[in-house]
Every structure is written in C-alpha cells, then in structure tokens.
Design a protein around this ligand. Sequence first.
Ligand code: HAM
Length: 423
Amino acid sequence: MAKIAAPKGVSEYFPDRSKHFEFIREVLIHSAKVAGYELIELPVFEDTELFRRGVGESTDVVSKEMFSFEDRGGRAITLRPEGTAGVMRSVIENNLDRGRLPVKVYYSGQFFRAERPQLGRYRQFYQVGIEAIGVADPQLDVEVIAVADRAFKRLGLKRYRLEITSLGDSTSRQNYLTDLRAYIAGISLDEATRERANINPLRLFDDKRLEVRDQLIDAPVLLDYLTEQSAQDFAAVQESLTILGIDFVINKRMVRGLDYYTDTAFEFVHQDLGAQSGIGGGGRYDGLMSQLGGQDLSGIGFGLGVDRILLACEAEQILLPEELGLDLYIVPLGTGEAALKLAEDLRARDIRVDLAFGDKALKGAMKSADKSGAKYSLVLGADELTSGLVKLKDMKTGESDSVTLSSLANELNARISRNGELS
Ligand code: HAM
C-alpha cells in the first residue's frame, strides 16, 4: 500500500532529536515557573472572530495565514495562529482578572499559520509563551524579557541579540499615524497595498518588496512621537535591562506581525538562522482586553519559537546535559522476569533504566547497551541472581566492578550526577 506522508510544512520530532526539543521546552517553561507564572491550558481552536478582533484584520496572520473552517454546527472556527488572544479570551471569560494582579500564566503547544514552509517556518509550529495581565509597570515588561533571556542563557545560547522598541500609547500612535498617513499619501503604491495601508499604515513596513521599502526610507519613525509617559516608560525599561545585565539594541523600525501591540515591543534574533531568525518576540498590548470585551487592563507577554530555538542550539552546537540520558542498561540472560523486576525497582527510585527484550543473544544485547547511550550496563544471568552480585560496567571507561543487587540503587544514585537537571 502507498505510504502516507505528513501534511506539508509541519514540524515533528522523534528520537533522538525529540529529546533535545523536550529539553528546550522544559528549560523555557522552567524559566517562567521560577518567576511565578502558572500553567494555562487552552483549546487549539477558537471562534474565528477572536483572532479577527484580537490580532487584527490587516495582519498577514489573519488575512492570509489562518487555518479556518466551519464546524459541523456551522460555526466559524480557526486553529490558533498565536496564543495571546486565546489567553485574553479565557481571562475575561473566567474572570481571572478579578483576583490578584497581574495574572501571570504560561502556555506551551502547537500553533498554526498557513505560511510558505521553509527551514524554521512551519504551518504547525511550537511556542512556549507567557502573559502578565493587569498591571502597567515597565518593571513587568523587563521581567517578561528577562524570563526569555534567562532561558536562552541557561540553554547556552550566545549568538542572539535582543531588539527592543516602543510603539507608544494610543496618543503617541495617533500623532504618529497622522504624519505617516500624510507621508504614505505621497508615495506610489498599487491599489491592494494602499488598501492594506489604509486599514493599518504600519503594515506597510512588513512589505518585502524593494520598490515599497525604498520609498519608506524617509518615513517618520514612531519613536520620535512618544508621549512623555511612553518615553519615560521606555527609558525605564532600558535602565532596568541594563541593571539586570541584559544586552539590547534599539530597533526603531521593528514591525511586529500582530496588531495589538502598544509601548514596549521586542524580538530575540538569532544570527545563524538566515531568513527565519526570530526565535521569540512579544510586547505590551494595552488595548487588547477591552477590544475583546473585557475591562480596560494592560498586558505584556512573549511567544518563543521552540522549533527555531532547537535550530539555534544545533547551529551553536550546544550539547544536551549528558545527565538526561539513560543511567543503566540491563542485559538479561534468560532472566526476563527478574530483569524487568530489577528495572522497575530501580525506576521507582528515579534511576533511568532500559533493558533488552526479546531473548537477544548476548552479543546483540551488548550492542544495544552500547547504542542506548546509558552510563552503566550490567548482565543479569542465573549466576548473578544466585550470588546476588552483578558486574556494573562503566560504559565510558569500560571498567567494571562488583556490586550487590541489594545495594545497586544506592550505588547508582551515588554515582549519577543530576547537575544539568531542572528542579
Ligand atoms: P510572533 O512574533 O508572531 O508573536 O511569534 C513568536 C515566535 O513564534 C516567533 O518569534 C517565532 O520564533 C515563532 N514562530 C512564529 N511563526 C512561526 C512559524 N511559522 N514557524 C516557526 N516558528 C514560528 C506571537 O505569536 C505573540 N502571540 C507573542 C506574544 C505573546 N506577544 C505578547 N504576548
């Protein structure tokens, strides 16, 4: 029968690479948890209207890239292209904003955008994100940035930079847009582009075509239009980043692909990833909650692209902590049941154990032990069971020493370092 391939442009992870993917995801989540962010688990599909209103009609994400369909009840449904709108929907619907503020949540999972697939750009991709909702304080902006930066540093990434800007509050934006619209009126654009620019003139800066880009070189820059409050907040963000030792550059021309951003916006850009270099991005979104029918509270967050962070770690040749592999591989010699019992006893004590199945000959089983990447191996035959003594072989040095079965768990726990692990 013909084989079935995965749909075009999806990312998937299987051993051995999935171990790296999983480790990265855990590091990102851990970084959020130690800063007090709690899990929010949301549906991967939502009412299409949520993204139209939340993310914005003029964005590529909403106008071109949504996986939308009608469900059996005739409702308009969309696979989530991003996480912030869904979090806000849930916060409003479940009154999470009526308790202690800010609401601090993290999420991780699949997101969907019908983009043209290429390395680092997928139709189903994976994000870890956080959102802090309900307090407008530049220190919170910096905390959010620090959560991402701390995770990247913990992974050992070096070849990335943090770009920041301020998109201003609504007054800054209004003043700026008046001038930008006047500027745009004076340049030459095709009709479709002009229409897009009419909905949101900022979207013009997304345009990749040279003839459009060239005409925007002298366009006014939002940073020059900040109100006193926005300018003060942006200065406070920079000062705190400096105090925390987080390097950044200001990118005056940053355009985020989603419409809800106000004031602080940021992107993490990796130097080795070519066109898809954004490993994470986020910012403040002060009008989003009221736009979605909630109170007028502010929010800030980020989404980190786990697929791209994995590519970045591979590009920088970052190795996984070796503690994450197997601790022990057991080779049973006609002792299947006893071997499985031993493995389970050790696993119950958090020792990572695998064993050979299927009555393999000793030679084949020893090969499996080599390939397993385990730190130690042992052979369990009738003799070992009778004497209660096994030869514990260190797979790196090839040296063996005798250990009693009753002290095996203690012995292994004493030898295994868990330094690289997350608590
Ligand atoms: P975003 O910049 O659209 O922001 O996406 C965040 C990250 O997701 C990107 O920096 C990138 O690493 C990854 N990403 C996006 N699209 C793809 C794709 N097609 N393939 C692979 N990776 C991708 C947001 O989604 C906002 N919700 C972030 C946010 C949270 N802002 C405030 N709170």
